[in-house]
Design a protein around this ligand. Structure first.
Ligand code: BGP
Length: 467
């Protein structure tokens, strides 16, 4: 199957600064919105995570050894600017130069995001993405990185705009934990899009020798049955979590149909969206300038029409069947019989990846080249003994099915050029902690030793068949 792939097809492993680095208090790093929040919550700590700050040479070498030719990392804004702005912190700058050098020397190309959920605490306290000044600060930080880290040829501005916005303001499982604050959730989406677009326009004006894009997680929404009410519910929720952002990124406008669905949600929830003069020109200018599109895909959702009150239960513990989600005037998430779920209630539905790849390439040609920048399975991996490879057969099965969906879409003309598994090594999960593992490499968080999982061996075989 994979023999049909070009030699330069990207097989990568993904990470994010705050989830792997640890070392949150060293070398002048500033606090993110998470530090005090996690401490107060008392469930789990971001230190030492996978201690990537110190152990990246080992992880990068392992990546290479197991056939990966790329890695996704993010720069922690607060290692460069501890307060989000001001004078750059030399130790932070040095760390990332060394990390990128190690990647390049090991033939593991770095794909680098500037923002992966880790807003500086100082800026978070000033409103985070709800504060339009945040956009200026982000663009300044981006400009510094573009000019400083010229060894990076593959940039992403922001990771998963929707996850940040909806985890902060709809589901309430990221700080500041607002529930169904629809005004903030939609405004943050728009403001993040503006920040992305301004960074892209700037990058292109600098004529640097590299590529830039952003990352959206896409979650196809299917009506549970084909009634007009359920179909409308699916269209509404799709507009809120996928379409608004795709339109803003690749059309540079919110289409009339998208806005009519968004306005219906806003009206029903007494919410509003503020679009200022000039915003849409910025989005328009950027919409054709993205070099590629990073698509994260984990799951699809099934929905039925619903007009009752909003409410949700977040499953952050891995107690299967404990989650629920109902959005007033939009819909209620339901289970589809026959679709398997993970312990965290995420649907395993590779067809969704195929469908969304087809849709994006058809409806958003400005997305150009697509990379799957995250896909993987959260699983309670079991360590048996140091000399026994960790058996994560369900993860292999998950990845295999999703790679097959990717290849099917590719064989029908969708321009997919790479696949990054989430995640390279086990790491810290924002709202779930340490028992939700995703890695190809197992991390013993007490000793920080790495152990091979079967999925890493499987991945190596996959990559080797292309040689
Ligand atoms: C994406 C994020 C990652 C990662 C992953 C798995 O939304 O970009 O940072 O955490 O999902 O999610 P979780 O850790 O919640 O299972």
């Amino acid at each position: 199957r994979v023999k049909s792939l070009p030699k330069n097809f990207v097989w990568g492993g993904a990470t994010a600064a705050y989830q792997v680095e640890g070392a949150t208090k060293v070398d002048g790093k500033g606090k993110t919105m998470w530090d005090d929040y996690l401490k107060a919550q008392g469930r789990f700590a971001p230190d030492p995570a996978s201690d990537f700050y110190h152990r990246y040479p080992e992880d990068v070498k392992l990546a290479h050894k197991y056939g990966l030719n790329a890695i996704r990392v993010s720069i922690a804004w607060t290692r460069i600017f501890p307060d989000g702005y001001g004078e750059p912190n030399k130790a932070g700058v040095k760390y990332y130069h060394e990390l990128f050098k190690t990647c390049i020397e090991n033939d593991v190309t770095p794909y680098v995001s500037l923002h992966h959920f880790d807003s500086p605490k100082t800026l978070f306290d000033q409103g985070d993405w709800l504060n339009r000044k945040n956009i200026d600060y982000f663009v300044k930080y981006a400009e510094f990185c573009f000019k400083e880290f010229t060894e990076v040829k593959n940039w992403f501005t922001i990771n998963e705009l929707i996850s940040l916005s909806s985890s902060q303001y709809i589901a309430g499982n990221f700080p500041p934990n607002h529930h169904f604050d629809v005004t903030s959730a939609i405004q943050v989406q728009h403001n993040e899009l503006l920040a992305h677009a301004r960074a892209v326009n700037l990058y292109k004006s600098l004529n640097l020798d590299g590529r830039i894009g952003l990352i959206h997680v896409l979650q196809p929404i299917y009506p549970i049955t084909e009634t007009p009410e359920n179909k409308h519910a699916a269209a509404l929720y799709d507009a809120f979590i996928n379409r608004f952002l795709l339109d803003g990124t690749f059309l540079g406008e919110y289409s009339d149909e998208t806005m009519s669905l968004i306005n219906e949600i806003l009206d029903k929830n007494n919410a509003k969206l503020d679009i200022q003069d000039g915003d849409m020109d910025i989005l328009k200018q950027a919409s054709t300038q993205n070099d590629y599109f990073g698509m994260n895909y984990y799951q699809s959702q099934f929905i039925q029409a619903y007009d009752g009150p909003s409410g949700n239960q977040f499953n952050g513990t891995g107690d299967k069947g404990s989650s629920s989600f109902s959005f007033h005037g939009v819909g209620q998430i339901v289970q589809k019989p026959g679709v398997p779920t993970t312990d965290w209630d995420w649907n395993i539905y590779p067809e969704g990846l195929y469908d969304i790849l087809k849709r994006v390439s058809k409806e958003y040609p400005n997305s150009k080249t697509i990379y799957i920048t995250e896909n993987g399975l959260g699983y309670k991996d079991k360590f048996v003994s140091a000399d026994q490879v960790i058996d994560d057969e369900p993860r292999i099965d998950y990845i295999d099915q999703h790679v097959a969906a990717l290849l099917k879409a590719r064989s029908e003309g969708v321009n997919v050029q790479g696949y990054f598994v989430w995640s390279l090594q086990d790491q810290f999960s924002w709202a779930n902690g340490y028992n939700k593992r995703y890695g190809l490499f197992y991390v013993d968080f007490d000793t920080q030793k790495r152990y091979i999982k079967k999925s890493a061996e499987w991945f190596k075989e996959l990559a080797d068949t292309m040689k």
